[in-house]
Design a protein around this ligand. Structure first.
Ligand code: ZN
Length: 234
């Protein structure tokens, strides 16, 4: 096993794209995995292929470290969950206070499968873009949950496996700043143009911060983070 190697959970969104750059700046060997769980914004799966191809062209040093990409079919997750991310439902808040976009168990399933891939590929770290700072309240994005995931994977596979979450304490403005620090305007431009965040899968409108409906919670976070980063600290 290579200790300086990683598997990035790359969805095709802004956060995981920044994580991928972060991983490439730190690890010698990096692979990527994505999940098709019949999300309404499945367009992100198309974006990830374009993003990877353009990243390779723009950053030859990173391209040399970037290995296989795979997309795992998780249609079963769409079957067992009844949420606004996997069904035609309004995006709002459920009675328990959680957004209707919460897909129960999603990150637990993602990390378990990513752990299985990493085990087979000899990769030591799993990297995800989960964040507690301005997140939507998803309990499986909390670092405490991911500490438990890390412990259970390490025990269950009898191999050291770390779960790295570089965005955990950053807000969306700081995530844009991180991308800028790692790859300059080339990386920022690539994230704007070829990642996807909008829950509704809308790529009709091109805003300064990228494509999206402009009004779903994911678009609002991305747009607010962008303007905060562009205008700087007030
Ligand atoms: Zn949107």
């Amino acid at each position: 096993m290579t200790t300086n190697s990683a598997l990035v959970l790359f969805s095709g969104g802004q956060d995981s794209a920044a994580c991928l750059a972060w991983a490439l700046a730190r690890h010698e060997r990096v692979e990527t995995v994505g999940f098709d769980y019949r999300q309404r914004h499945r367009v992100e799966l198309d974006c990830r292929q374009v993003f990877l191809a353009k990243l390779r062209m723009a950053f030859p040093d990173w391209s040399a470290k970037l290995g296989e990409d795979r997309v795992l079919d998780l249609g079963v997750l769409g079957e067992v969950s009844d949420t606004a991310l996997t069904r035609e439902q309004a995006i709002g808040f459920a009675e328990n206070g959680l957004p209707s976009t919460f897909v129960p168990g999603r990150n637990l399933v993602f990390f378990t499968l990513a752990g299985a891939v990493a085990y087979r590929r000899g990769l030591g770290a799993l990297i995800g873009g989960m964040c507690e700072t301005d997140y939507s309240g998803y309990p499986d994005c909390r670092r405490a949950t991911l500490d438990a995931v890390q412990a259970s994977l390490t025990l269950g596979m009898d191999r050291d496996m770390t779960v790295e979450t570089p965005l955990m304490h950053l807000d969306k403005a700081q995530t844009w700043a991180l991308a800028d620090a790692l790859g300059g305007h080339q990386l920022v431009d690539l994230i704007v143009e070829d990642t996807h965040t909008c829950y509704l899968g809308d790529r009709t409108y091109r805003h300064a911060w990228g494509y999206g409906c402009g009004s779903c919670p994911a678009c609002e976070l991305r747009a607010n983070g962008w303007s905060k980063w562009r205008t700087g600290p007030s």
